[in-house]
Design a protein around this ligand. Structure first.
Ligand code: DSN
Length: 423
């Protein structure tokens, strides 16, 4: 038993479990998975090497691994309604690396959402492979509305003529119009790729527009709103619609280009235990209750947004359409880092975050980012969100008052005990 044989690791796991049970987890990219997902992840499937694809492996003994991976592929295709799915990417950044490299050459131009405006590192940040291997052209949000201005994005696309336009977010609290992005991409004969890591659960739950009809490639992690294990998948159309323009010397279609980029180009053996857990999570997301869950995530985000605004917090874009909220703290005379620390001390976990046009730096920006996937998984609804907004306000307002903070910590614990998860 781990408890007897490696007490240091065992203790750390127990303490992290207690932290998750006794705190309010508001990081929008996190979730709590089911026991079945945990069971699949903790299985003996981790022992097996299986480079290749189902039915075509470079190692023997993959009879049952093939069953697992084929189920994951079939379920991903059914869940999202996509033509092709590769379920092997180890996580979001490797998925985006393989997806971009499948269609772009070194130095090729692509457009992605600027990191400071809610994009991801892999959407073209200078410090990331995406900004170093390719030539990124950033687009941002409007200074006035803090939302996408599709006319402005179109102007940049017409001027720059990128080979690919990437739509996707990590800190944009509004619905993305994938159709509008695809019309811009079509006009300049560019690929359209969407990264739906944050919103995949909302897409399959029917509370966010699906990118599948409008994209050549769609990547997603599996551990955020989708509530699966840490990992990712890449979905695509089968055909490469720009084969004659960009890849006339290749024998491969788009699905084959994606598979080749994942393995052998960037990865070795797939993590079969994780792929089994992905299949379990896809099956869970196909159940009718998952639609209710996705709807409740959005209702909860709106309720939390209203509560925060009633306590004088300024929200970027004035609210939310999805699972996340970006708070601009400049009117509260507290930085993102100070607020993150103050909330952490009372058991409320958020992350400091840049707001669009932030005068401060990423290590201590002007904002914090919050989301409702975990609290919704625990069964909380709008009334609790209203109260969580009050707790956040008290923790930030009384951050220098030890006894007031102790009272908030007590109230956080009380609330968490009403919504246990891993009993
Ligand atoms: N690191 C993730 C997030 O927190 O949004 C994105 O992959």
């Amino acid at each position: 038993m781990l408890a007897d044989d490696d007490s240091e690791i065992y203790e750390a796991i127990l303490l992290e479990r207690k932290r998750q049970e006794e705190g309010l987890e508001l990081i929008p990219s996190e979730n709590y998975v089911s026991k079945n997902v945990l069971e699949a992840m903790g299985s003996i499937l981790t022992n097996k090497y299986s480079e290749g694809l189902p039915g075509k492996r470079y190692y023997g003994g993959n009879k049952y691994i093939d069953v697992v991976e084929q189920l994951a592929i079939d379920r991903a295709k059914q869940l999202f309604g996509c033509e092709h799915a590769n379920v092997q990417p180890l996580s979001g950044s490797p998925a985006n690396l393989a997806a971009l490299y499948a269609v772009l050459g070194i130095g090729d131009k692509f457009m992605g959402l600027e990191l400071a405006h809610g994009g991801h590192l892999t959407h073209g940040a200078a410090v990331n492979f995406s900004g170093q291997m390719f030539k990124p052209v950033p687009y941002g949000v409007s200074q006035e509305t803090e939302m996408f201005d599709y006319d402005e994005i179109r102007k940049i696309a017409l001027r720059e003529k990128p080979k690919l336009i990437l739509s996707g977010l990590t800190a944009y609290p509004r619905e993305i119009d994938f159709k509008a992005f695809s019309e811009i991409a079509d006009e300049i004969e560019a690929y359209h790729m969407a990264d739906i890591a944050h919103i995949a659960g909302l897409v399959v739950g029917g509370v966010h527009q699906s990118p599948i009809p409008y994209c050549d490639i769609v990547t997603t992690t599996t551990h955020k709103t989708l509530r699966g294990p840490r990992g990712a998948i890449i979905m695509s159309k089968t055909e490469d619609r720009y084969h004659d323009k960009y890849h006339q010397n290749s024998q491969k279609n788009l699905a084959q280009m994606i598979d080749f980029a994942v393995f052998p180009c960037f990865q070795g053996g797939p993590h079969n235990h994780t792929n089994a857990a992905k299949a379990v999570a896809f099956n869970e997301a196909m159940q009718p209750e998952f639609k209710d869950y996705a709807e409740q995530i959005v209702k909860n985000a709106r309720a939390l947004a209203d509560s925060l605004m009633s306590h004088g917090f300024r929200l970027v874009t004035g609210g939310t359409d999805n699972h996340l909220i970006l708070v601009d703290l400049r009117n509260k005379d507290v930085s993102g880092k100070e607020a993150e620390t103050a909330l952490d001390e009372v058991g409320i976990t958020v992350n400091k975050n840049m707001v669009p046009f932030d005068p401060r730096k990423p290590w201590d920006p002007s904002g914090i980012r919050l989301g409702t996937p975990v609290l919704t998984t625990r069964g909380m609804k709008e009334d609790e969100m209203n109260y969580v907004g009050e707790l956040i306000n008290r923790a930030i307002k009384h951050r220098s008052d030890a006894s007031a903070k102790e009272k908030v910590r007590h109230d956080v614990l009380e609330l968490c005990r009403q919504f246990p998860f891993y009993d």
